[in-house]
Design a protein. Structure first.
Length: 167
């Protein structure tokens, strides 16, 4: 049986990995470090995304599909879902913080500056790899994180949100 701390730990693990991923990508593509909209080492959209991915994966498993059919359907869903997250996240960041963190107008198949089909297909592929290869390993880690560490992370995260919104 999995407790609520497990899901909070999953959220923080993937938020931290998202922070690392985004910053490595920024260093290689824009030659600068960009921590995102919060000050702490987390890009929380990745945490929310993985929790949704876990729910969808559990739902797909109920259909008892052939493994490749399941993976294909997951990829299609993940591509659409991650595109929605990218679009709504970009809009929300621009409305709340008056900043644009990415602009895909230079890509051939862009749909505005927040999404492009080339990127959407990559996000679907990335989410599928994470779900089927990385997630099982990180779930074991999430179960081992002590409760007091999770509570400290929650406190730091909430403070970070308030400080970021205040600035």
């Amino acid at each position: 049986m999995v407790n609520n701390m497990f899901y909070i730990n999953i959220f923080f693990i993937y938020s931290f990995l998202g922070f690392i991923f985004e910053n490595v990508l920024n260093i290689f593509t824009h030659a600068h470090f960009n921590s995102g909209i919060l000050y702490g080492p987390w890009t929380f959209i990745y945490g929310f995304a993985i929790l949704t991915i876990m729910v969808v994966d559990k739902g797909l498993k109920k259909f008892k599909l052939d493994k490749w059919a399941e993976i294909f359907l997951f990829y299609i869903w993940a591509t659409i879902f991650m595109t929605f997250i990218e679009f709504s996240g970009g809009m929300l960041i621009e409305k709340l913080f008056h900043r644009v963190f990415w602009d895909y107008t230079n890509l051939k198949f862009n749909i505005g500056h927040y999404i492009a089909l080339e990127i959407s297909f990559c996000w679907g592929f990335f989410a599928t790899l994470v779900n089927y290869l990385l997630r099982p390993l990180l779930e074991k880690l999430a179960k081992k994180i002590p409760k007091f560490v999770t509570i400290l992370l929650i406190i730091f995260f909430v403070v970070d949100i308030f400080v970021s919104l205040a600035n």
